[in-house]
Design a binder for this molecule. Structure first.
Ligand SMILES: [Zn+2]
Length: 370
């Protein structure tokens, strides 16, 4: 039996930012699954880098329990020396991915090393995915191939060991506002795309208010949020700007079609054009990931609540659950660590939560697969 913290140390020391190949991390993990049936789903990303999804099973058939974990991390600051040189201080392990989500992966591998795969009556699956941090690319490919069928699925993400039963979706769009360039000394000869973009921003505030009026009390905040995160326009101080681009994202609550916000934005743009025929703006939706709606079954969430002592919850961030969950199965997002410390320098996971997570996973395996 290998100590979970030392597995995590090894995992953090293998850089696996999404732009790199995840094959080294997967190969490390497979050493713990040597008597399992391994199904490989390789692909090449748009930059030509080799990526690998893996579905490992203890035996063929629909998995009674599947443990899903992504293998990539977000990038890190070059100044952060511990990013791939993990350090333990005061009961916490620091390093990129320690929390999101190599901590959970270490727990899965540790739990796997504590069971005899041949002695499980029902199939247990471990699913390793690539490119989660850049849009759940690996999970979407597995979903498209219907590579995973499971009755109960635990998707690893830092939830502080609270079983998460629902999550918001994710949508991303760009609004391109077109004006007409002119010498700034003669503004009447052009049309400022930045001034028109200001009208669009005010319209987006109206859309936000409409979205906020539809409540879903299971979430904090209890509605679909919208953010204009990036705006870029103009080329010089003495040119009337000809173009301005606004990047918008929104996070739809379950039960609400992600296209609704896009329709509201579209209506606002059409209204601006009607008032002023010279106004030109187009909305291009680039991503529409569905929300993760609560499963009908509750057996897995109830078990994890009992084992971890944490109440079931919802999350405002997107996960692979929206892609790998299925309506006839129960899906829960669960794992050690706190998402608010992830994706920033100094990311860590408390070692106590690692051990507690392993205990929960071993108990869940016994409950559903023994
Ligand atoms: Zn993650």
């Amino acid at each position: 039996m290998v100590k979970t913290a030392s597995i995590l140390r090894d995992l953090v020391a293998i850089p696996s930012v999404s732009s790199l190949s995840n094959v080294p991390v997967v190969n490390y993990a497979l050493k713990f699954l040597d008597r399992w049936k391994i199904e490989r789903h390789p692909y090449t990303d748009p930059a030509g880098t080799a990526k690998l999804n893996v579905v490992a099973r203890t035996r063929p058939g629909i998995a009674a329990l599947a443990l899903v974990c992504h293998t990539d991390t977000v990038p890190f600051d070059a100044d952060w020396k511990e990013a791939v040189n993990p350090k333990i201080r005061a009961g916490k392990l620091y390093g990129r991915g320690s929390c999101d989500v190599k901590g959970f992966l270490a727990c899965v591998l540790s739990a796997a090393s504590r069971i005899d795969p041949e002695r499980l009556a029902r199939p247990l699956a471990v699913v390793l995915t690539a490119d989660e941090e850049i849009g759940c690319v690996g999970a979407k490919l597995l979903a498209k191939k219907k590579a995973l069928r499971a009755r109960h699925t635990i998707i690893g993400e830092p939830t502080g060991l609270a079983p998460v039963r629902a999550g918001k979706g994710y949508a991303l769009a760009e609004i391109v506002v077109r004006g007409k360039e002119a010498h700034s000394a003669f503004p009447a000869r052009g049309r400022s795309a930045i001034a028109d973009a200001a009208r669009v921003i005010l319209a987006l505030e109206r859309v936000s208010r409409k979205l906020a009026a539809r409540r879903n009390r299971a979430f904090d905040p209890p509605y679909t949020t919208l953010n204009a995160g990036v705006i870029r326009g103009g080329s010089a101080k003495n040119i009337v700007p000809g173009e301005c681009r606004i990047t918008v994202e929104w996070r739809p609550v379950p039960g609400q079609d992600g296209r609704w916000a896009a329709e509201l934005i579209g209506e606002e743009l059409a209204a601006l054009r009607k008032k002023d025929p010279g106004f030109q703006a187009e909305l291009e939706v680039k991503r529409l990931d569905p929300a993760f709606a609560p499963s009908r079954g509750e057996a897995l969430a109830n078990l994890l609540e009992r084992l971890s002592g944490r109440r079931a919850a919802t999350v405002a961030f997107g996960t692979e659950a929206a892609h790998l969950g299925s309506p006839d199965a129960e899906t829960v997002v669960f794992g050690p660590g706190d998402m608010t410390v992830a994706h920033r320098p100094g990311e860590f996971v408390p070692l106590g939560e690692l051990e507690q997570c392993v205990t929960c996973l071993v108990a869940a395996i016994r409950e559903f697969c023994a």
